[in-house]
Design a protein around this ligand. Sequence first.
Ligand code: HEC
Ligand code: HEC
Length: 399
Amino acid sequence: MRRFFQSILLLSLAWLFPIHAFQTRSEQARTSARKTIPVQIPVGISESLWRRRIPKNNPLSVEKIALGRALYFDKRLSIDGTVSCATCHDPALAFTDAKVVAVGRGDRRGTRNAPTILNVAFNEIFFWDGRASSLEDQVKHPLLSSFEMGMTNEKELTARLSTIPEYQRQFKRVFKSEDLTIDTIANAIAAYERTVLSGNSPFDRFIMGQTTALTEAQKRGWTLFKGKAKCIECHTYSLQNPFFTDFKFHNTGVAVADTALDELVRTFEKSSKDTSGTVLAHAAGFSELGRFAVTLQRVDIGAFKTPMLRDLELTSPYMHDGSIKTLIDVVQFYNRGGNANRYLDERIQPLRLADTEINDLVEFLRALTSDDVLRQCQTMRPQTRTTVPRTNLSSPMKN
Ligand code: HEC
Ligand code: HEC
């Protein structure tokens, strides 16, 4: 209740001050309410929502976040010293890589588009096909993936990090008597990821009551999003889930663009007799099966996780395969009813939107860009792939 009145008070101040003054005051109020956490919770995300996403067995601390951050940007975590998490989830590119599909160490091409890690703390299931169930579990996949960071086993990774004095000290400080293992590495990186947040977009300020935060076109777009265009049926929005996803899997037809799904299913079923589905799920060729390769349920054929929709202006190209380049093209894709196939979600149907309505929807999606993330993209330098010299793979490195 007090929070409610606080926001009313701040909103009334907003009429007296220019917009940036309003933000600063609101942020100050939020910061002072949270002495213990070194994290700025942006407008649009409630602090209690964020707190609930921090698991009891991996609590946050200033030191753990700092260690996780160092690991996240450290190319020594890859076999040849060319790739860190930030290579593919680069803060200068809204935590993506701006590529169609990710490119790992040794220029190995993956099969899927690298999603942003902004707000990944709120994800309930990870990867486009949901094959990881927690952030801690997720982290281990790229570390040990032959195409991404390329360490062939856990020992190789922990052995390398253990020889670096700064990590020895930091792990001891954060994890006390626990050893430096893949689990403590994952816990630290996950802790850092939970601080990578996005809110404070014009839309968030509109929802907070600042009616002028959206243009008229954006307001019409929001009405279409909830109504005629039916986007909200999968890209759910509420104050309790302000991320525009239902965390479920749907076939929208993206996967059938150049794949015959039924044939792929048959080949997959033959091969999966000897190999586990999850191993095959990400293998070249089978990627388009999506969720099916994880659950083996036919309803999941060609189904992918509904992505969050914030900061889209900064995260092109779109979809699990990076096949759509612009937001206009995305909306046109939905307007024509996706790509027909036997497993298409029944909610995907031709929308009969007029060109002006398509523009309004795109304008609305633009209103979901965070001011803070945009500023970061404009000021940070992109990551490079310059190799850490072999002799330095085990010695201190400046990020
Ligand atoms: C070579 C590029 C590459 C590197 C390096 C990489 N990732 Fe990713 N990441 C991807 C791709 C591609 C996906 C999507 C794969 C899929 O869904 O099948 C992904 C997915 C994710 C997700 C899931 C997001 C979601 O919405 O489900 C998280 C979290 C993540 N990566 C974090 C990390 C972390 C932490 C590291 C470092 C330990 C890392 N990534 C290293 C390319 C990369
Ligand atoms: C049936 C559920 C469903 C409906 C309805 C729906 N989407 Fe999606 N949306 C998805 C799924 C699933 C994906 C990922 C598909 C893939 O990559 O194969 C997606 C992807 C997207 C993306 C790409 C985001 C990214 O980061 O790659 C955008 C943008 C998007 N949808 C916007 C919309 C808009 C706008 C509408 C309304 C016109 C809409 N969606 C309707 C489920 C849906």
